[in-house]
Design a protein around this ligand. Sequence first.
Ligand SMILES: [Mn+2]
Length: 239
Amino acid sequence: MDFNLIGLPYDRTQTFRKGTSRAPDMFRSIFPKLETYVNGVDLTEHFIEDLGNLTKEELQGANITKFPIVIGGEHTVTEWIVDKLKPKNVIIFDAHPDCELSEGHDGVTRRLAEKGYNVYLMVYGLRAISKAEKEYLNTRKVKVIEAFDFSKIKGPTFISIDLDVFDPAIMPAVGNPEPDGITFSELIGILGNLETDIIGFDFVEYTPLEKDNEVYLSLAGKLIYRVMSELIKKKEIEK
Ligand SMILES: [Mn+2]
């Protein structure tokens, strides 16, 4: 199984902490330092073609021939890659529902739903909801789901991971940290139960700290490697 790495270093609408535009290149600097034998899978046997850092327009014209692993950038970029790949479903892990009536990163979930994608917010880690967002969620245009709902999700599915879904004790390098998030093993466990056809992943909102970025980048980088190893295992079982 081969992958395309795509950097979308867009950072325009962050209101609290800025800096996500630096994330794709920071991840590229940490990947070579990480162990490539992950959960029984030798990632060096799988080709990773880096398409570089792209603008919205460049992404629209890009030739994605392999499984895309997208690194943001703020959460706004999920809309770009979803519009490029045109999945049936989008599953989002996020501390925030991103359902504001906004053109920014805090409205991305809502915009995707309004465009007609089946958008699902994972209940795990979702924990900071504004009154306006609660009212939008009440319309049921975006569904908040639990793991037992996975059997209902059929067809091509894109998965977006806003790194603020994690507890800030393990991942403080995000634009809008919120207390009481989930752990890495909880996220991997949830993803492992997904039976649907996954066609792409993004990892967004990594926002560098003043120091210790190597530590948090290596943890986020290991998450990406682990997700890749899970995808490879899944494809091998399906063969
Ligand atoms: Mn988000």
